[in-house]
Design a binder for this molecule. Structure first.
Ligand SMILES: [Zn+2]
Length: 163
């Protein structure tokens, strides 16, 4: 296995949302509300405790720095500061049980492959996608909502053609 790492939104971006209550990329007002669903939080990659935690909804373009063609969409983070996901070499446990679509992108953010792995097939699906010719990175998306959750990249080697 070549290995992979998970990239949530950056701590700087999350803190900017919390301090300004605006989308850092678009300036649209962010919205704070008690969590009505599981999320997950795009910073710590944990599910929200519905009815118990506040979350912030803001507009986010997950292709910034990767491609000039944006796809802004709604994402959630914890309203209170939370630790950024800190085990990037392993797939987040709290995402496992969610309906996930893995979208593998190549040059010009063209979708080269897409998989909807079952809970115990996630790692093998990620490895297969990252070994598919032309694939540069993977987006994890929620299959029900279509929303971006996090990005996955190869650990090293031949994939250093972006960043
Ligand atoms: Zn969080």
């Amino acid at each position: 296995m070549a290995g992979f790492h998970i990239l949530p939104i950056t701590p700087a971006l999350a803190e900017q949302v919390r301090s300004t209550l605006k989308s850092p990329q678009y300036g649209h007002p962010a919205h704070v509300a008690l969590a009505a669903g599981y999320g997950p939080c795009r910073a710590c990659l944990k599910q929200f405790r519905a009815g118990a935690e506040d979350r912030i909804l803001f507009t986010f373009n997950p292709f910034q720095g990767l491609d000039e063609y944006p796809s802004p969409g709604p994402v959630f983070i914890h309203a209170k500061s939370c630790p950024t996901y800190d085990e990037p070499q392993s797939f987040p446990e709290e995402l496992r049980s969610l309906p996930l679509t893995l979208e593998a992108y190549g040059e010009d953010r063209w979708i080269i492959a897409r998989e909807r792995p079952s809970t115990d097939e996630i790692e093998s699906s990620v490895e297969r996608l990252l070994h598919t010719s032309g694939v540069r990175y993977i987006h994890i998306r929620n299959t029900e909502a279509g929303c971006f959750i996090a990005r996955i990249e190869r650990n090293s080697g031949t994939a250093k053609n972006h960043g």
